[in-house]
Each structure stands twice: as structure tokens, then as C-alpha cells.
Design a binder for this molecule. Structure first.
Ligand code: 5RP
Length: 222
């Protein structure tokens, strides 16, 4: 199976996971990226069964709206029963690295407001230890060099993701070479650097369920 086929299989599994729990008042949280896009495309068929969605990025909002799904501001919704999103890496404790698509800050905010985070990922994302994928850090533009120097002190090799401006008007440093043996502590440590908006470790609030696309079928890990 191709990676795209595995992504589509988990998108379909996520629809099965939530469809019985939708009602006309339900607003769900929707993530960003190619796996989330496949989920959105399948969600379109259910658009009359729920109220709408909160989007974790401008791109996701546009895709949802393109399917006739109403997009709500998070401030007008409060909590969402589900947040469905992909990941760049996920470990057996369902801690993740996210932000390959530069949407990490809004993803983390919507995830924080979700009763259940359902991660959808193909098998290539499942790792024993996080850190093979360069860890994205969103920074206030004027703090970029300062934050980069602080990241070097912590053992990373940060690379400015040139030409990328986040939906929040900020910049991204991709951190290579981090040894992430304690993701919860690392997440808090990076957040404490002045000028950091968010880092791509989703460990303090990881996923609740992982739908993992493998050659043998979709595995459900909780
Ligand atoms: C975007 C993300 C995505 O969830 C992550 O990059 C996975 O993307 P894809 O489903 O395209 O592999 O965190 O900021």
C-alpha cells in the first residue's frame, strides 16, 4: 500500500470513530496536513449530521468551507468533543511531534480545548523515541536569532524555515539533533524561552487515541 492509501485508511477509520457520536449541535476540531485533508474530504458526506468545525489553520478552514462545512471561531465554541489531526511523529505514549505544516500553535490550542484528541497517522510516523523529525519551534520574528542561540545551548541545530510565515505572522525554527528522552520536560523547557510562541512537542497534552495505518490494517492504540 502507498503512504497515501494508508493515510486515507486512517481518515476513514476516524470517520467511523466519530460518526455515531455526532449530532446537530456538535462542533468538532479539525487539524492540518495531508492526512487531515483526507479526513476533511470524507467528512463532507456527513456535513448535515453535525453543526460545524473549528479549524487549526487557514488552509483547513478553506478546505472545510469548500465542502460546505461551517467553520466556527474557537472563542464562540468553548470545548470540542473531538480533535482529529495527523502527526509528524508519535511514540507509544501517544506523545507527538507536530508542526511540519507550520500550524502547530493553532493545533495545540484546539487540541487543548478537545475532550478527545484522535491522531490519524500512517505507520511511518510511529517511533520509539521522538526527535528523528526536526522539532518545529514557532518564534516571534524579532526573537528568531536569540531563540536560535538558546536552542543551540540546549543541544539543537536550529534551521530557519525560510519563506514560511505562520497563520499568526510568526516564523519557524526546525530543530535537528535534539535528544528527546523526556518530551514533557522538553516541551516545558522550550516554552520557557522568551520569544517562543509554541514548540511542536505535544506531550503535556498528547493524543487519546491513535489510528495507525499499517499494511495489516488500521490499528487502534489508546
Ligand atoms: C501540521 C501538522 C501535521 O499534522 C503534520 O505535519 C502531519 O502532516 P501530514 O498528515 O501531511 O503527514 O502538524 O502542522
Amino acid at each position: 500500500m502507498t503512504q497515501d492509501a494508508l493515510k486515507d485508511a486512517v481518515a476513514a477509520a476516524a470517520i467511523d470513530e466519530i460518526r455515531r457520536r455526532l449530532d446537530r449541535d456538535t462542533v468538532i476540531g479539525v487539524g492540518t496536513g495531508s492526512t487531515a485533508n483526507l479526513f476533511i474530504d470524507r467528512l463532507a458526506a456527513l456535513r448535515n449530521d453535525f453543526q460545524g468545525a473549528v479549524a487549526s489553520s487557514q488552509a483547513t478552514a478553506e478546505r472545510l468551507q469548500g465542502h460546505g462545512i461551517e467553520v466556527f471561531e474557537l472563542n464562540h465554541v468553548g470545548t470540542v468533543p473531538f480533535y482529529i489531526d495527523g502527526a509528524d511523529e508519535i511514540n507509544p505514549r501517544l506523545e507527538m511531534i507536530k508542526g511540519g505544516g507550520a500550524a502547530l500553535t493553532r493545533e495545540k490550542i484546539v487540541a487543548a480545548c478537545a475532550e478527545r484528541f484522535i491522531c490519524i497517522a500512517d505507520a511511518s510516523k510511529h517511533v520509539t523515541t521522538l526527535g528523528g523529525f526536526p522539532l518545529p519551534v514557532e518564534v516571534i520574528p524579532m526573537a528568531r536569532s536569540y531563540v536560535a542561540r538558546e536552542l543551540v545551548k540546549l543541544g539543537a541545530d536550529p534551521v530557519y524555515r525560510e519563506g514560511v510565515v505562520t497563520d499568526n505572522g510568526n516564523q519557524i525554527l526546525d530543530c535537528y539533533g535534539f535528544l528527546i528522552d523526556d518530551p514533557v520536560a522538553m516541551e516545558a523547557r522550550l516554552n520557557a524561552i522568551v520569544g517562543v510562541v509554541t514548540n511542536g512537542l505535544f506531550a503535556a497534552r498528547g493524543a487519546d487515541v491513535l489510528l495507525l495505518g499499517t499494511e495489516g490494517g488500521v490499528e487502534r492504540l489508546e
